[in-house]
Design a protein around this ligand. Structure first.
Ligand code: HSE
Length: 422
């Protein structure tokens, strides 16, 4: 039996998750993990823990040789990078939930953990309580993985659910997501799809050995979705969900993006509500598998942090097998098409020439709508994509590898219930 090491923790941050993990560790003495010091920013805030635990000086944790694990749970990604990289250099293992930091600096952080022979674990950074990273690391360390399609941001899913089910307006729903501790300190990261693309970037490293800058991946959030889009979705019994997707194409390259999508009732993601996350993994042998759980909030996130701390007792570390094996490593594709629904105010808001096909064009309730097929690069570079008047939603099964197949199939999407005028 492998020996288990005692964990002495330096905790950075005592916010929603930091306080959560402090409380959880008090209830799990069998883990033999103790928090020795907690570094916070604002010493004047009243906190529900003994005052002697707190400090505002990083070095009280980073220079303390007894502390062998740093748990980093702050929101500022720049400061987090300094803390995490210094900790690794000082031969301390690190547990982090900071997806922005990880997505931005993964290559350097991998190098540091290797060089210093320590672990850097971050299960809580993607999909909160769902064990997706270890699943990809351990179970899908082969080339069978075909696709990952997931709701990876709890706040936007909460907002979309409240708009649909309780008729809340966007601002009210966002406020609730903030009050419940799901949203980022800067909620623009959630609603503009940046949090989701950071998480997709991390998934791509483990699922396909792809290291990329999140800004290279097409991503949009939910800010442009209009009430009229929500009404159409309701009438047609589809859900609008913010989806992070990575799909292996016939040439073995990976199509990846974060965009709102229409999700039909046949999809497991249709019933993923509120702050829950869900990921459908497809592999060539097992077909579809579905992971579901709370993606945000104090205790769900603490659960993943706790699991990482626990794994450090037996020196677990990620092996990045796909990244390390050129035969298993995939590349991102920029050469594929998407079937999208677009709603907009005026025809001058978009450029029809960007589309390879338009299928349905109609107008209703003072807005124009079309469904059509567009090349990924054209969409990514379209000025109109960032126009607040323009809402883009990917149609079901919206990834198209080759437009010849579209012509052959005669592709009217028959976007539910829409009156075709042209
Ligand atoms: N703001 C994030 C979310 C927190 O809503 O999913 C969990 O990563």
């Amino acid at each position: 039996m492998s020996s288990q090491k005692k964990i002495v923790i330096g905790l950075f941050g005592f916010g929603v998750v930091g306080e959560g993990i402090y409380k959880v560790l008090q209830k799990t003495p069998a883990l033999q993990a103790r928090i020795k010091k907690i570094c916070i920013k604002d010493p004047s805030k009243k906190r529900d823990a003994p005052a002697e635990l707190f400090t505002t000086d990083y070095n009280d944790l980073l220079e303390d040789e007894e502390i062998n694990v740093i748990v980093e749970l702050i929101s500022n990604a720049k400061e987090a990078y300094t803390i995490v990289s210094t900790a690794l250099i000082k031969n301390k293992s690190v547990v982090s939930a900071n997806k922005k930091l990880i997505a931005a600096h993964l290559p350097r952080l991998i190098e540091l953990q290797r060089k210093h022979n320590v672990s850097f674990l971050y299960e809580a950074a993607v999909c909160g309580s769902i064990p997706i990273i270890r699943n990809l690391e351990e179970y899908y360390d082969n080339d069978l993985l075909q696709s990952i399609c997931g709701i990876v941001n709890g706040s936007t899913n909460y907002i979309l659910t409240k708009i649909r089910e309780e008729n809340l307006d966007y601002q009210q729903a966002l406020l609730q997501a903030q009050q419940r501790g799901f949203a980022e300190a800067d909620p623009a990261l959630d609603v503009e799809g940046k949090d989701a693309v950071n998480k997709l970037t991390i998934l791509l490293a483990h699922a396909h050995g792809i290291i990329t800058d999140p800004n290279e991946i097409l991503h949009r959030g939910i800010t442009q979705i209009q009430n009229t889009d929500a009404i159409i979705a309701l009438e047609k019994n589809v859900q609008i969900k913010l989806i992070a997707q990575a799909k292996k194409l016939a040439n073995n390259k990976i199509a990846a993006f974060v965009l709102p999508q229409f999700v039909t009732i046949e999809s497991q993601l249709y019933n993923v509500r509120n702050e829950f996350n869900g990921v459908v993994i497809e592999s060539s042998l097992s077909d579809k598998q579905f992971l579901y759980g709370k993606g945000a909030g104090r205790y769900p996130t603490s659960s993943a942090v706790l699991s990482d701390i626990s794994a450090l007792r037996y020196n677990y570390s990620y092996e990045y097998r796909k990244l390390n094996n050129p035969e298993n490593r995939n590349e991102l594709s920029t050469d594929f098409y998407l079937k999208i629904y677009v709603s907009f105010k005026a025809w001058s808001d978009i450029d029809l020439n960007d589309f390879d096909f338009t299928e349905e064009i109609y107008c209703q309730r003072g807005r124009q709508y079309l469904t059509g097929v567009i090349h990924y690069e054209k969409l990514k570079n379209a000025d109109w994509l960032s126009d607040n008047n323009v809402s883009v939603i990917v149609c079901p099964d919206g990834i198209i590898e080759n437009t010849d197949t579209v012509k052959l199939k005669s592709t009217s999407l028959q976007l539910p219930g829409v009156e075709v005028l042209v």
